[in-house]
Design a protein around this ligand. Structure first.
Ligand SMILES: [Zn+2]
Ligand SMILES: [Zn+2]
Length: 135
């Protein structure tokens, strides 16, 4: 098999399935793992495919963040996933002072609980008012 053919085939296989190992590709092409590493080495490192849409992602391009890259999301799917998560993790409360409904993220609620606080006010202002009338 010619070096060009090995290189092209390797790149094509990695595009289709970026999780293939060099050994697997080598076995499929009938060449050594070392040979695959040589032709694929440089390219391999920053390519992954999005686990939602399958689009190839590179951390330096298209402003994919490190976190998104690590979790295998492209920029678009990451934005959607983040939005979904932030909605899903919100807990609703009713303010004891002004009566409006508001929400806090699970993380904040957990953190407040740890410090022995309950979430009772929608804002600092309402907290202040409450302190003013309950002292
Ligand atoms: Zn995607
Ligand atoms: Zn309030």
């Amino acid at each position: 098999m010619s070096p060009t053919l090995v290189r092209d085939s390797t790149h094509r296989m990695l595009e289709v399935n970026p999780s293939l190992t060099y050994a697997e590709i080598g076995r499929l092409l009938g060449v050594s793992r070392e040979r695959i590493r040589q032709v694929a080495g440089k390219r391999r490192r920053n390519i992954r495919s999005c686990k939602i849409c399958g689009q190839l992602i590179q951390v330096r391009r298209k402003r994919v963040t490190q976190t998104a890259y690590r979790l295998c999301y492209c920029a678009e799917c990451w934005a959607i996933a983040k939005q979904r998560r932030s909605i899903a993790n919100r807990i609703d409360f009713t303010c004891e002072v002004c009566g409006i409904d508001f929400s806090r993220t699970e993380g904040i609620v957990r953190c407040m609980k740890k410090r022995g606080h309950k979430i009772r006010w929608c804002s600092r202002r309402c907290h202040g008012k409450w302190l003013g009338t309950n002292r």
